[in-house]
Design a protein around this ligand. Structure first.
Ligand SMILES: Cc1cc2nc3c(=O)[nH]c(=O)nc-3n(C[C@H](O)[C@H](O)[C@H](O)COP(=O)(O)OP(=O)(O)OC[C@H]3O[C@@H](n4cnc5c(N)ncnc54)[C@H](O)[C@@H]3O)c2cc1C
Length: 396
């Protein structure tokens, strides 16, 4: 006999935990399945959020998971030109962050099954039957849900089983590694730093202060396969040079790698009875994934209340997500694709336009207004810099 629930959520990702909580808030009976034995153990390498990014969720930052508050970020060009963006950010204890949202979901009545992997999913008699396997004993169960929200991460098997092609440009997934490191005083800066250029083709290398002698450094690369080790090793040496850290003062505590759909565009994110959210749906960023989860949870609960779980009803998920975040994804893709195709000296020239400007005032308002402010500054300060942006159309 199958266990019955209104909504089943697969994966305790930021998207999954929010989807489960909002579906329960909407009155649905919700079960969440997470294959890890414990939520918060061996968390995803994502380790920071910025206030602007979390605002979209309406969630307040909680001190229980913040290891350091920073004033913003510095974007750094290949020759070392810096653009400072003042925007409050937080280095996370990601395990504590996940546990914080686990508690919130439990408070709303979500039944969470940890150590339980969903290994099969098929549509049956106006619902979806999931097959789960739990614990070391391998106990198998069937669960029948009216609606399933797939939030099992970037390599989602469940979206595939549901026949969803969730993202456009999957070849553009960035593969990244984050290291937690120790060196004297390395965690005390007030700014995260993002280095752009050919040493990290397609995206960036990073430095995030975590307080005291601890920091995170990372590298993210596109179009060079999933193994980023050669870029990472070069970045470690460059980073030690930039910060003046001697070899015997530098210690790597932890290393984690994963894929980030930062430049993909969410595509088919729903079908009859099923929605996908977060990395599984090509939605990158903790805050954005959480917001997508909120929308999916609300739409799922409404579908249950209506007794209609058709693709037509669930399409509200896509339309609400699009009106909130689609433009941002498209602008983000154009921006990062342009950078990927630019030479280092062209990036340096572009940075000259913004160097010394208070960029935080340019990134207020919606994405279209932000884009227009940036273009108008480029026109004022160096109209020729706009030609660099035509790199977007280069065929590489
Ligand atoms: C190296 C790296 C660093 C990043 N850093 C940041 C950052 O600092 N800030 C930021 O905003 N974004 C960051 N990102 C972006 C990141 O991709 C997302 O923001 C998000 O954190 C990832 O969540 P996700 O939806 O992919 O799911 P995940 O966090 O990967 O969660 C998926 C969950 O589903 C579970 N699961 C999988 N399959 C099953 C199954 N069959 N049954 C049950 N459970 C299952 C997994 O165990 C896991 O817990 C980073 C990405 C990468 C790759």
């Amino acid at each position: 006999m199958a266990i019955k629930t209104d909504i089943a959520v697969i994966g305790a990702s930021p998207a999954g935990l929010m989807a489960a909580r909002y579906a329960a808030l909407g009155g649905a009976k919700v079960m969440l399945f997470e294959k890890k034995e414990e939520i918060g153990k061996d968390p995803h390498p994502a380790n920071s959020v910025f206030k602007g990014m979390m605002n979209i969720t309406g969630e307040k930052i909680d001190s229980s998971y913040v290891v350091r508050t920073i004033k913003g970020m510095k974007l750094i060009s290949p020759c070392g030109r810096k653009i400072k963006v003042k925007t409050e950010g937080y280095a996370l204890d990601k395990g504590a962050f996940d546990r914080f949202y686990e508690k919130k979901a439990l408070c709303e009545g979500v039944e969470i099954k940890t150590g339980t992997e969903v290994i099969n999913l098929r549509r049956k008699e106006s619902g979806v039957v999931l097959k789960t396997v739990s614990g070391n004993s391998g106990t198998s169960e069937s669960v029948k849900a009216k609606v399933v929200i797939v939030a099992d991460g970037i390599l989602s098997k469940n979206a595939q089983m549901a026949g969803l092609h969730t993202m456009k440009h999957p070849e553009d997934i960035a593969w990244g590694t984050e290291l937690t490191i120790r060196a004297p005083g390395i965690g005390t800066s007030d700014y995260a730093e993002y280095f752009i250029g050919s040493h990290a083709p397609g995206w960036k290398s990073t430095y995030l202060p975590r307080g005291g002698d601890e920091a995170a450094i990372g590298v993210y690369v596109r179009h060079y396969g999933q193994d980023t080790s050669s870029f990472l090793n070069a970045w470690i040496e460059k980073f030690k040079d930039i910060k003046g850290i001697a070899d015997d003062e530098f210690e790597i505590i932890e290393s984690k790698s994963a894929g980030d759909p930062i430049v993909t565009i969410p595509d088919q994110t729903y079908t009859d009875n099923i929605m996908a959210a977060g990395g599984a749906a090509g939605q990158s960023g903790i805050g954005y994934a959480m917001h997508a989860g909120q929308i999916a949870g609300k739409v799922g609960a409404l579908a249950v209340a209506k007794g209609d779980y058709s693709a037509r009803t669930l399409s509200k998920y896509r339309s609400n997500w699009r009106s909130s975040l689609y433009t941002e994804h498209v602008f983000g893709r154009i921006g990062l694709e342009t950078l990927r195709k630019m030479e280092d000296d062209e990036i340096d020239e572009l940075f000259e336009v913004f160097e010394g400007e208070d960029v935080s005032s340019l990134i207020k308002g919606n994405t279209v207004n932000q884009g227009l402010s940036v273009l108008s500054l480029m026109l004022q300060k160096n109209p020729a810099s706009l030609l660099k942006a035509s790199a977007y159309f280069r065929n590489r």
